[in-house]
Design a protein around this ligand. Structure first.
Ligand code: ATP
Ligand code: ZN
Length: 210
């Protein structure tokens, strides 16, 4: 049978837990060192090690059959993929943060303001749901310094402890969406026997954790 391909994060916050989950499923493979693709020795599966941002697109295009990636990244990518299983790790919340001394007090106060983010699509959707229009300033990182530099009135970014907000003179203001790691698949894959076996193993690993 043809091997399936699963894309996981090469390095970063989801890498270790993604590798651990696959190992706990009984899969025997070499972890990422310099090779970006590895074959599982005892299962019909190849593992691709990628930047997380590229995973939804690879899966949507069928270059990978499966992927493990955060919901925030899936949503932002706007790629069409199937949710196969919520994985319970990589939990975080995308929030709007404002300067400690900001005059912004309620959501309506965001109207017409400038908001810096690396998540323009998710932010746009959130604003539309609340009938707000704001100026979205898309930047690619270090979002928390934008208000202090005068680039924006607020930010929208992933917050876990709030430490980064605080040390940049910001405070959390509103939750935009929660996120956790998800096992995704391409859309036509549902009846594949390799996937069924893998999915059963993933689910029993998750059940054993409960
Ligand atoms: P890559 O190099 O693969 O693009 P990255 O720097 O974009 O990595 P990471 O910081 O490794 O991404 O985060 C990967 C994912 O982990 C996030 O997209 C999110 O789903 C999840 N996550 C969980 N907790 C946090 C957190 N405190 N901060 C940021 N992301 C978090
Ligand atoms: Zn990324």
């Amino acid at each position: 049978m043809k091997n399936l391909k699963i894309a996981i994060q090469k390095s970063g916050r989801l890498n270790e837990k993604s590798v651990q989950l696959l190992k706990n499923c009984g899969l025997d493979f070499e972890n990422y060192k310099s090779s970006l693709i590895t074959t599982v020795n005892n299962f019909n599966l190849e593992i691709l090690f990628l930047r997380d941002d590229d995973i939804p697109g690879y899966v949507a295009q069928g270059i990978a059959d499966l992927g493990i990636v955060g919901e925030n990244v899936i949503d932002e990518s706007q790629e069409k993929v199937t949710y196969l299983q919520r994985l319970g790790f990589g939990r975080c919340t995308l929030k709007i943060g404002i300067p400690k001394d900001s005059t912004i007090q309620q959501l309506q106060d965001l109207q017409g303001k400038a908001i810096a983010t690396t998540y323009p699509n998710i932010l746009q959707e959130f604003l539309a749901e609340h009938n707000l229009s704001a100026e979205i300033r898309q930047i690619s990182g270090s979002v928390e310094i934008a208000p202090g530099l005068g680039l924006s009135d607020a930010i929208c970014d992933i917050v876990s402890t709030g430490g980064t907000l605080k040390s940049n003179g910001l405070k959390p203001f509103a939750d935009v969406r929660r996120s956790e790691a998800i096992l995704i698949g391409r859309e036509e894959l549902t009846e594949n026997p390799i996937l069924c076996e893998l999915l059963q193993r993933v689910q029993s690993v998750l059940r054993a954790k409960e």
